[in-house]
Design a protein around this ligand. Structure first.
Ligand SMILES: [Zn+2]
Length: 180
């Protein structure tokens, strides 16, 4: 579960004053408030994006993580969205960085978030446009898998499992995405 609020940040990023958890508004969570300048530090979600990339043989690409969390486990390519970056741009950027493939997004599979957890994970389906499959230094290996070959017991995150199930169950919101 979520650690106590004070464990997130101790000092005000504006003035260096000590932060304390306070109830500012009834019905809302406590917020970290600076004792010096009264600045409120909001602990926002972090937006992550992933792509499930379909190969010509209908297999999909997974990478085995070389970093924590989830070291040694399998996940589809993805990462955090930078501030000011369009989600779809982040999706294709992360796919290129982690697989060396230029991909085209086919549609949105779903958005995944969990009580007490920081990330909000947006997952797209994609197809390969160009490039030669190669893993990056954030992964130990890269492979493609058919549905029956997916290492379900060895996936990195709950969102990995849920998005893969949704993908293979045919969940796809294609509105606004280019056909074929
Ligand atoms: Zn302050």
């Amino acid at each position: 579960m979520t650690p106590p609020l004070e464990h997130a940040y101790r000092y005000c990023p504006l003035c260096g004053g000590v932060l304390t958890a306070k109830l500012i508004k009834a019905g809302e969570p406590k917020r970290l408030v600076c004792g010096g300048c009264e600045h409120v530090v909001y602990l926002d979600p972090k937006v992550a994006v992933g792509t499930i990339i379909r190969m010509e043989d209908d297999r999909i690409i997974l990478v085995r993580r070389a970093i924590e969390p989830g070291f040694g486990k399998w996940v589809f390519p993805g990462g955090y969205v930078d501030r000011g970056e369009e989600i779809t741009t982040a999706a294709t950027r992360e796919a290129l960085e982690e697989t060396n493939l230029n991909v085209r997004l086919l549609g949105l599979i779903n958005i995944y978030s969990y009580t007490g957890r920081t990330p909000v994970i947006i997952v797209y389906a994609a197809t390969v446009v160009s490039g030669v499959l190669r893993h990056c230094d954030e992964s130990l290996e890269i492979r493609h898998f058919s549905r029956n070959e997916i290492p379900w017991q060895d996936l990195a995150f709950r969102s990995t499992q849920e998005a893969l199930r949704d993908y293979f169950d045919g969940h796809l919101y294609c509105h606004g995405f280019q056909e074929n």
